[in-house]
Design a protein around this ligand. Structure first.
Ligand SMILES: [Zn+2]
Length: 341
């Protein structure tokens, strides 16, 4: 099999499932830690690589929260956002819908208007200086319950920043049933936002059905367990509801026990629109390019197959038609040129 690494690295890509704080690389965390010397997070990027080596899921949560603790001012928010876009530009990511959890910042005392201004300022700079188009998905941290849902819906609808396109729901699924969030999704949808909850990552296909029927999901975050229900797969395929598949994350969280047993092949075989994403890339020791390599191996793809996968993400994105056409065209031209060499 040919080495797809150089092809994938240069391929223009779109990413639909990637978390804001979860994208903080050791380089970014070192910068943030240097701004807040009282934090226990190391400031040396090399020490941070060890710090980011997780022993188990509880350790992952601990590290994640220590990074959350470094984001204390609007300047921290701006720095994180812009530097995440810089890491994306290096991977030739042209467009990303970044999942932002404003509740974690406003609850910690960051002024809500200053928070919005910080992400928007970073978004505009990332587009003009780095060529990376960013859009936001504001998500409810499910573990924080209905108070967080209310606050997130209010921030999304009342303070709606220009880059906001969708409304999401993350956090644990066990013990956090999706239907209770229906009123908040209804409000966000009425305001013109798209619905993109996480579902079926750590629970069964019932949760995905709930996300579809109660939360009117237009894409599903993970949806790993959908493969247990052929009727659900058929529904997703028929309605072109994309799954945001994050292979390495699924292993790290044990949503899937063995990468070779990853259900992505079954999803594709059922005709479901599959997109490849990195979720919390540095925290899972990955990046989007690596996720494409993993997917290419699992799906036995050549360059054309990988390019089609990249175009799935463009199709399933909430970018306007002209923007979608431009990136899809870039993918086609890059691939044609690569195969001519
Ligand atoms: Zn996620």
């Amino acid at each position: 099999m040919t080495d797809l690494h150089p092809f994938i690295a240069g391929l223009p890509k779109a990413e639909l499932h990637v978390h804001h704080v979860g994208s903080a690389s050791p380089r970014i965390v070192a910068e943030l830690a240097a701004r807040h010397p009282d934090s226990k997070v190391p400031t040396d990027p090399e020490a941070l690589v060890d710090y980011f080596t997780f022993t188990d899921f509880a350790h992952f949560i601990e590290v994640y929260l220590s990074v959350v603790d470094l984001i204390r001012t609007p300047e921290d928010v701006r720095l994180l956002t812009y530097e995440v876009a810089r890491d994306m530009a290096r991977q030739n990511i042209r467009y990303a819908e970044l999942t932002v959890t404003p509740f974690s910042s406003t609850r910690r005392g960051i002024d809500e208007k200053a928070f919005m201004a910080a992400i928007e300022d970073a978004r505009l700079a990332a587009e003009s200086e780095l060529g990376v188009i960013l859009r936001w998905c504001f998500d409810i941290p499910g573990e924080a319950g209905l108070e967080a849902a209310e606050e997130t819906a209010r921030l999304a609808v009342d303070l709606r920043p220009e880059g906001l396109v969708s409304f999401g729901l993350g956090g644990p699924e066990i013990g956090v049933p999706r239907p209770q969030f229906k009123p908040y999704f209804d409000r966000a949808i009425a305001a013109g936002l798209h619905s993109v909850p996480h579902a079926g990552e750590t629970t069964g296909p019932r949760t995905v059905w709930d996300a579809l029927t109660e939360l009117r999901a237009e894409r599903i975050g993970h949806g790993t367990s959908s493969v247990q229900d052929p009727e659900l797969l058929a529904y997703l395929a028929e309605h072109r509801i994309a799954l945001e598949v994050c292979p390495t994350s699924n292993i790290a969280t044990r949503a899937v026990v063995d990468i070779d047993a990853h259900p992505v092949k079954k999803m594709v075989a059922a005709g479901v629109l599959v997109t490849i994403n990195s979720d919390d890339p540095p925290m899972f020791g990955t990046d989007l390019n690596n996720e494409y390599e993993v997917a290419a191996r699992l799906l036995e793809l050549d360059e054309r197959g990988v390019a089609d996968l990249a175009k799935n993400a463009v199709e399933a994105s909430f970018l306007d038609a002209a923007g979608k056409a431009r990136i899809a065209d870039e993918i086609d031209r890059y691939t044609a040129e690569w195969l001519r060499r």
